[in-house]
Design a protein around this ligand. Structure first.
Ligand code: C5P
Length: 224
């Protein structure tokens, strides 16, 4: 029989970018492809979990056997995440926009002689931090990602503390790495172990392999 170490577990995953509207036809986005989050959803499903994937706009087909909620903005993503609780494990792989446009146009913005329209930005809700700090419905294992272009490990360690999650999967997304949009990833798993912060650096592998390894770690930690 196929091993199903996550049978009976409910896993909530976010993936992809968010689109933050400027007006009815324009938006602010980022280069996230959603590949890593989708691969984690597929791996968790294969491990026997019930999987809910909340995804921003991506060019990927829905993984088989996974419940997918498609959203555009960070606020919609938070709403779907909250609606999907409770969960045993939450993995926040989405590249959520830090800011949205405060003065979103109801109509398409037009060129005028007055010059360029100013875009005012306001901070988006932090989904990972919000869910990590829940007192009633906090999933027992909350995992965040840290995509950085410099000071990767230090930034990831402070993110672990600041956001209140249990693990951080840190990856270097400098353009030279090809991680954003690419098929491979080099990650470091940062977790709290015996009161210390432990850093496990994994070799470069495909995003599917990263997903399988991560799900194996999750399975070990929830069955321990
Ligand atoms: O702060 P930063 O964006 O680097 O944190 C990355 C982690 O936080 C990722 O797990 C990402 O999915 C999550 N995040 C979030 N909501 C935000 C910003 C980040 O869930 N608004």
């Amino acid at each position: 029989p196929v091993p199903r170490p996550l049978a009976g577990k409910r896993v909530l995953i976010t993936a992809g970018p968010t689109h933050e509207p400027i007006d009815p036809v324009r938006y602010i986005a980022n280069r996230s492809s959603g590949k890593q989050g989708f691969a984690i959803a597929a791996a968790a499903q294969a491990a026997g979990a019930e999987v809910i994937l909340v995804s921003g706009p991506v060019d990927l087909g829905d993984p088989q056997g996974v419940t997918v909620k498609h959203v555009e903005s960070a606020r919609q993503m938070l709403e779907q995440v909250q609606a999907a609780l409770p969960a045993d494990i939450a993995i926040f792989a989405a590249a959520v926009a830090d800011w949205r446009v405060a003065n979103e146009g109801e109509q398409k913005l037009k060129k005028t002689s007055a010059g360029m329209p100013p875009l005012q930005l306001v901070e988006n809700p932090d989904i990972l931090a919000t869910i990590s700090k829940l007192t009633d419905k906090r999933p027992p294992l909350v995992i965040g990602f840290a995509a950085e272009t410099e000071h990767l490990i230090d930034n990831a360690k402070s993110k672990l503390a600041r956001k209140g999650c249990d693990w951080i999967v840190a990856n270097d997304v400098s353009p030279a790495t090809g991680v954003m949009g690419g098929d491979r990833n080099t990650v470091h798993l940062i977790s709290r172990r015996d009161g210390e912060i432990a850093v496990d650096s994994w070799p470069a592998m495909t995003k599917e392999q990263v997903a399988i390894e991560l799900v194996a770690h999750v399975a070990r930690s929830v069955t321990d």
